[in-house]
Design a binder for this molecule. Structure first.
Ligand code: NAD
Ligand code: G3P
Length: 413
């Protein structure tokens, strides 16, 4: 086995502590305890510090100084609960909240990025040159990185900025359900650099999109082009088997694939579709209308992958894996993007106002992704090829009404 003879253990840091970040820290902390030969016992969780007051309905309201603002990080470490972003869920005591970004990642060989996507760039800038050069990362963030240079997957941006390999985790994963340990599936795209697989690993089958470890799939641009520093042999190999051990729980079933682009795009683009679903539901149009925009949205998602990531994204990832159609479905039923878009139509308020009032600091990803994807499509002169994505952008801009969605997405002769 690849882990025999390894003297060191992997140190894991979760970069982010929102609703999903805290949930990831919980499940990873459970897994490191279950696999003590592979991982260090303590899981660092980087916390963007803020002052919070314990809400009256919290089970901790009777604790000392409950009526005064306190540091979120201290509350997490004292109460083993993130009372702001994941209330009423007990965290394992081996989750350590740390507000010092660089210190939280010091010596960590596994970095799990779970931040709203707008903060990824700044955080990576601060970490540049401050992490071990042989670290590996997984991005659990849903979004894309659009600049004047074009579009990049977030794992590409992270990988390039930090000169490390970065995979992606995405699925039909509403955090609050997973935090309560209710069954769900996820997709992990981790195509480890060959230098990390030190022992022969069995071939995975049977799905076409599952990883063939003997014949790894095509590279995602940017992932392998950077000069990667090999993981020292003192550490257990970061094989698929060991990556699975880090994330898989009895209530959180992991499927490993090689398609980093498909997994990343599914997570980003479904948020635009969820906004559209919320808009039509807010009009009171019912489930058929919602299904119609979901159908068109899924087609645009697949088309986007083919148009801009043809070398890497597989259609089967969108259709067969949790990160595709399944995530569209769950997001259009109960996700925050869906709920806020619906409320914005019902109340006649902007989605930004709803986000501010209703989410208690949590962030929507669909609105900024709709703007970013539109800027990219516009730069390519291809807005008309993606009518639903474009309509969502125009609705957010106040230039279209949700009622106009059917005529906009109707195929033109
Ligand atoms: N919540 C879910 O159900 C869920 C599930 C799957 C994926 N995701 C994805 O995970 C990512 C993170 O979402 P989340 O739900 O953990 O976060 P969240 O929306 O619950 O919380 C926002 C987070 O941003 C932090 N923050 C605020 N200002 C910041 C700044 N200037 N710099 C850095 N951090 C700052 C806050 O402290 C908080 O931790 C998103 O891309 C989201 O799409 C979320
Ligand atoms: O609540 P949302 O809309 O950010 O979606 C959460 C997850 O991405 C669902 O898989």
């Amino acid at each position: 086995m690849a882990t025999l003879g390894a003297q060191k253990k992997h140190k894991v840091t979760v970069v982010g502590s929102g609703n999903w970040g805290t949930t990831m820290a919980k499940l990873v902390a459970e897994n490191v305890v279950a696999h003590p030969k592979l991982f260090e016992e303590k899981v660092q969780m980087w916390v963007y510090e803020e002052d919070v007051t314990i809400p009256k309905d919290s089970r901790h309201y009777n604790s000392e100084r409950a009526d005064q603002p306190q540091k979120l990080s201290q509350l997490i470490n004292n109460l083993h609960e993130n009372i702001k972003y994941l209330p009423n869920i007990t965290l394992p005591s081996n989750v350590i909240a740390n507000t010092d970004l660089v210190d939280s990642c010091k010596d960590s060989t596994i970095l799990i990025f779970v931040l709203p996507h707008q903060f990824i760039g700044k955080v990576c800038d601060q970490l540049k040159g401050k992490i071990v050069p042989y670290a590996r990362a997984i991005s659990c963030t849903k979004g894309v990185d659009v600049s004047e240079k074009g579009i990049q997957l977030l794992c590409e941006s992270i990988g390039k900025k930090l000169s490390i390999y970065c995979g992606a985790l995405s699925g039909a994963n509403i955090a609050s359900e997973i935090a309560k340990e209710l069954y769900s599936e996820t997709t992990v795209a981790y195509d480890p650099p060959p230098m990390d697989s030190r022992a022969p690993t069995p071939k995975v089958s049977p799905s076409s999109s599952q990883v063939d470890l003997i014949n790894p799939s095509k590279e995602v641009p940017g992932q392998r082009s950077a000069r990667l520093v090999p993981l020292p042999t003192e550490y257990p190999a970061l094989s698929h088997e060991n990556i699975r051990k880090l994330f898989h729980r009895p209530y959180f079933h992991v499927r490993l694939v090689s398609d980093v682009a498909g997994v990343s795009l599914g997570g980003a683009l479904k948020n635009i579709i969820a906004l559209a679903a919320g808009f039509v539901d807010g009009l009171g149009w019912g489930d058929n209308a919602k299904a119609a925009v979901m159908r068109v949205g899924i087609l645009e998602m697949v088309k986007f992958g083919k148009a801009f990531f043809a070398e890497s994204a597989h259609t089967s990832t969108f259709t067969e894996e949790s990160c595709g159609v399944a995530d569209v479905i769950t997001s259009c039923m109960g996700g925050r993007n869906f709920r806020c878009a619906k409320m914005s139509v019902e109340r006649g308020e902007s989605i930004g106002e709803i986000e501010e009032k209703e989410l208690n600091g949590q962030k929507l990803q669909g609105t900024s992704t709709a703007y970013e994807v539109n800027a990219f499509l516009k730069s390519k002169g291809m807005e008309g090829d993606f009518p639903l994505f474009t309509a969502v952008y125009h609705i957010l801009e106040g230039k279209l009404k949700p009622e106009q969605i059917p005529e906009i997405i109707e195929p033109k002769d």
